[in-house]
Design a protein around this ligand. Structure first.
Ligand SMILES: [Zn+2]
Length: 186
């Protein structure tokens, strides 16, 4: 399972610190709720990309001594299964609707724009639930832009953390995906 943690760092800083990052101790298992400190269970490496720079970063794994399940501590600047950082994805999406060129392939732009549009109604609902009372735009394109600006205002990392408290799939997941691989942060 995936557990989100805010290291209060951007990708570059996290990559530089590598295995020296301040990985949190978790005293209550978010999977079985046992009050037992989770044990360190090694690392795995994954790619993370921001502004075209590919970095290999370690992801710390923890294991529950009770239920024996493992937990991966994912930094909040990443989405599960996506290599591009959350900030980069939001910037890329903004560039699509602001018609501002960004140095990425048309294919990548189309991919993220499609995912965003498929979730747009749910994202609008989520923004509203989080206390935003701004009225919606009638035009879907202007509404997409409004939502992206709200996400930037919330801070993309906070947005992602909040999202996982209330949703079962990533805000960029395919519309038919119903996975629940992320456990809510305690
Ligand atoms: Zn457990």
């Amino acid at each position: 399972m995936i557990y989100y943690h805010n290291f209060q760092l951007r990708l570059l800083q996290y990559a530089e610190l590598g295995r020296e990052n301040a990985f949190p101790e978790i005293d209550c298992c978010p999977m079985c709720r046992a009050h037992n400190r989770l044990q360190r269970h090694g690392f795995y490496e994954r790619n993370a990309i921001e502004n075209g720079t590919v970095m290999r970063i370690p992801i710390c794994r923890l294991k529950c001594p009770d239920c024996r399940k493992t937990l991966s501590l994912l930094p909040v600047f990443l989405l599960p299964y996506f290599q591009n950082t959350m900030v980069f994805i939001v910037q890329l999406l903004l560039s699509v609707w602001l018609l501002r060129p960004l140095q990425v392939s048309r294919q990548l732009r189309r991919f993220y724009a499609g995912r965003f549009q498929a979730k747009q109604t749910d994202i609008a609902l989520f923004i509203r639930e989080s206390g935003d009372r701004q009225s919606c735009e009638v035009s879907p394109d202007r509404e997409a832009l409004r939502l992206l600006e709200r996400i930037l205002m919330l801070d993309p990392a906070d947005f992602v953390r909040q999202w996982w408290r209330h949703r079962l799939s990533s805000f960029m997941a395919a519309a038919d995906y119903r996975g629940a691989r992320v456990v809510p942060s305690l």
